[in-house]
Design a binder for this molecule. Sequence first.
Ligand code: 6PG
Length: 476
Amino acid sequence: MEQAEIGLIGLGVMGSNLSLNIAEKGNRIAVFNRSPEATRKFYAEAGDLQGQIIPCETLEQFVASIRPPRPIIIMIKAGEPVDQQMEALKPYLSAGDIMIDAGNANFRDTMRRFDNLKDSGLTFIGMGVSGGEEGARHGPSIMVGGKEESWKRVEKVLTSISAKFNDDPCVAWLGENGAGHFVKTIHNGIEYADMQMIAEIYGILRDGLGMSASEIGEVFGKWNTGRLNSYLTEISEKVLKATDPVSGKPMVDMIVDRAGQKGTGKWSVIEAQNMGVAATAIEAAVAGRILSSQKPEREAAEKILGVPVLAEAPKDRAAFLADLENALLAAKIGAYAQGFAVMSAASTEYNWNLPMPTIARIWRAGCIIRSQFLDEITSAFTKDPDVANLIVTPAFSQMVKETDGALRRVVSYAVLSGLPVPALSSALSYFDAYRRGRGTANLIQAQRDFFGAHGFERVDGVDRPHGPWGSGLNQS
Ligand code: 6PG
């Protein structure tokens, strides 16, 4: 029997959909699941695609069904199960075979797995896959990290299954070892910030302007035809307009305001902090989810502290809505600029040589943060791939200048009204701090020197490393 081009282990929702996508694009695929019933069920339901699928009930049969060097996608719960699965597979593999972790792995685990396989003749790919169930079935965005020759082995299959933006496939090899999973983590960090900012704008419309869910849905629908056109704007409209079949009320009003998180946002913040990159909007988004989860505490605090009286809403509703649209755009620019800055630092730190224009390019379709806006980011980085920060590129500096006034007005209104806007306001402060040549850290340096004799640089370059504080330290 003709061997499969690729194998996949783990027929959960993502694994099944990815397998069907692979088969549908004309690639022969061997599949395996820990419980054979799941494999049988998957095969039985594969319909016309059965001819492209080799269902396997033992790892031995599975491995033997794949053309060497064998690329094997592991699509199971991230963490320990991946290590266990790799160990179970190893005895059946031969030199050159490639285990591919397609889950949301912490890139540090990916780096460790590469290291562990170093002298084994086997290799690894850490592959970020974005787009959820629908993306896996019909075209995800795929971020590949590993050896370039491993990429060459899987390039054809992955290109065939990836999302396309104007026929351009949203898949790329981004660098060695943990590069793909790192980029996916930052994708998720940006996703967190984008979602938090949308939720903050929703809060202003709901609690500030008193609009209903469906009215707010209309607003997002309108914005989706403009510069905010994106998957997240689109689904916000759909979600806000949906009715709960049980109560007949807007679905969104029946959902508890407590957000979950699985860790990728937090990892983005930790890595940004480790490398000394300010990713304040992502930090605010992660903190926003944490505060959201403390619902009983928040309810108790409201009883004690109350909430501030709303500021007078701007009289010109249409102008304020235009401000909200521009404010969201401005804040998004801040969040994306921060995400790309984190990746740029990681590229240096881990010698990945991450291609910024390519990353933006493969995020234009398939993934959760897909948008028109990413096409503009692609152009900006293509023109200037080594720019220090997205917000100083000609196109984006212009956009910031056009929209930051609106962000300032929106944040001011929210702050005066006691409506929480941590991500929007952090983006604004980021712009204000980043573009101010003279900041206030001279005072911090003086304080550090005062209590800890840490020294400082002088503006006139004169060599006198300590101040005349009277602490007895280095006084002249
Ligand atoms: C994607 C998503 C997907 C998932 C994340 C975020 O790119 O398809 O990012 O990977 O939504 O796991 O999940 P949490 O919000 O639960 O952390």
